[in-house]
Design a protein around this ligand. Structure first.
Ligand SMILES: [Zn+2]
Length: 143
């Protein structure tokens, strides 16, 4: 392969991968059960299991989001199985008052934002659930 051909191949590859992994939204009531996997019950009443990375599962199991009008971006891996995008893609939303809000966690003492529930990495206090307009900046919750 010529030098120019190689360059072309490496620059085109990411676009092809993106097309293959295009995300679609799955929206419905967030299903959480003691013994069942987290899932989303669609408006049509269909129960879909939702999987994802550890941070994503942390959000899906967050009791504060139980029965929330929830939306995950990702793709179907089976007729009733959906895999949410990795947490860094910020693929998890809750609908409130007609608005699609990003699921985030906030420590007001340290002004630290996180994308999965748990204790603040700085002061170790539990972080607050902070549903947030995706258009806003990441840092200040009062905006
Ligand atoms: Zn903190």
């Amino acid at each position: 392969m010529t030098r120019r051909g190689l360059l072309l191949a490496t620059t085109l590859l990411p676009f092809r991968m993106m097309a293959a992994e295009q995300s679609i939204p799955l929206r419905g009531r967030l299903r959480q059960g003691e013994d069942s996997k987290p899932g989303i019950i669609t408006r049509e009443g269909k129960s879909i299991d939702v999987s994802g990375d550890a941070a994503t599962l942390g959000v899906l199991r967050d009791q504060r989001l139980k029965d929330a009008d929830f939306e995950a971006m990702g793709h179907f891996t089976g007729p009733a199985q959906f895999e949410a995008d990795p947490i860094y893609k910020k693929a998890l939303f809750a609908w409130s008052g007609g608005k699609r809000l990003m699921v985030t966690y906030w420590c007001e003492i340290c002004s630290i934002r996180a994308w999965t529930p748990g204790n603040c990495q700085c002061c170790q206090r539990p972080m607050k659930l902070d549903l947030r307009d995706p258009a806003l900046e990441d840092t200040d919750p009062t905006n």
